[in-house]
Ligand binder design. Structure first.
Ligand code: 4FM
Length: 215
C-alpha cells in the first residue's frame, strides 16, 4: 500500500513511522508512506496556505490553491481515493479498515488544519470523508496516522509471528470488543495471582476458560 499524505506538519509523522511494526513494514516494502508539505505547493511568496473566511467568523480557512495543486499533482501517480479527515466524515471502523486494506493499493490522505478547508476542494477533489470519532482535534494528522496504522496491520506480512492477528484473542471471538484477559510473568504481582488454570498446562481447559471470558 502506498500512502501519500498532505499536511502542513510533515515532521509530525516521523516518530510514529520510525518505530516497530510500521518501520519494518516500510523496510519490507509492504507499505510506503510519502509525506508532502502543502506549503511546497503554495504560489504565495510567503508560502501561505490559509485565509480569512468569506462571510466572517472566527479562525482561518485553508485556501484552495495549494490543496488543489497538491492533490492534482499526487493524483498523477496515486490512483487511490482522496481521503479527507473530519468529524463530519463516516466513522472509521475495523470493517472499513479491512475494506481499505483489501480494495486499494494506493491512498491519498489529506490532513486539514485551522477551521476547515475550502468547501470547493471537498466538493471537487475529495472522494471519502472519514472521522476517527465524535470529537474535535486540532488537525487531520492523528486521524491519518490512525488510518495508516489500522490499514497497514491488515496487510499480509506486516505483522510478524508474534503480533499476528490471525490467531489472536480478537479474531477467535470474531468480535473486537471482546477479548480474554492477558497475563504474563510474574505469576504473583503485589498479591494478585494469575488464574491457576493458565499455569496448569491443560490446553483444553485454558481454551475453555478463555472462551468463557469472551462472553
Ligand atoms: C479537521 C481540523 C480538518 C481542521 C480537523 C481541519 C477529526 C476527527 C478531527 C480536526 N478528523 N476525525 N475527529 N479533525 O477532529 O477525523 Cl481543516
Amino acid at each position: 500500500m502506498k500512502f501519500d499524505v498532505l499536511t502542513i506538519f510533515p515532521q509530525s509523522f516521523n516518530s510514529y513511522l520510525s518505530e516497530s511494526i510500521l518501520k519494518r513494514a516500510q523496510e519490507k516494502n509492504l507499505i510506503e508512506v510519502e509525506v508532502h508539505d502543502i506549503r511546497d505547493f503554495s504560489k504565495d511568496k510567503h508560502r501561505k496556505v490559509d485565509d480569512v473566511p468569506f462571510g466572517g467568523g472566527a479562525g482561518m480557512v485553508m485556501t484552495p490553491q495549494p490543496l488543489h495543486d497538491a492533490i492534482t499533482h499526487l493524483k498523477k501517480t496515486n490512483k487511490g481515493p482522496v481521503v479527507f479527515f473530519t468529524p463530519q466524515g463516516k466513522t472509521l471502523s475495523q470493517s472499513k479498515a479491512e475494506t481499505f486494506s483489501k480494495k486499494y493499493d494506493q491512498m491519498i490522505l489529506v490532513c486539514g488544519r485551522y477551521e476547515g478547508i475550502d468547501q470547493r476542494i471537498r466538493d471537487s477533489l475529495v472522494d471519502i470523508e472519514i472521522s476517527i470519532g465524535n470529537f474535535v482535534l486540532t488537525g487531520g494528522e492523528l486521524p491519518a496516522m490512525i488510518l495508516i496504522d489500522s490499514v497497514s496491520r491488515l496487510i499480509a506480512g506486516v505483522l510478524g509471528k508474534e503480533e499476528s492477528h490471525i490467531e489472536d484473542s480478537f479474531s477467535k471471538s470474531l468480535d473486537r470488543k471482546k477479548e480474554y484477559p492477558h497475563y504474563t510473568r510474574p505469576s504473583e504481582f503485589k498479591g494478585m495471582k494469575v488464574p491457576d488454570v493458565l499455569l496448569s498446562g491443560h490446553h483444553k481447559e485454558i481454551e475453555k476458560w478463555r472462551r468463557n471470558k469472551l462472553k
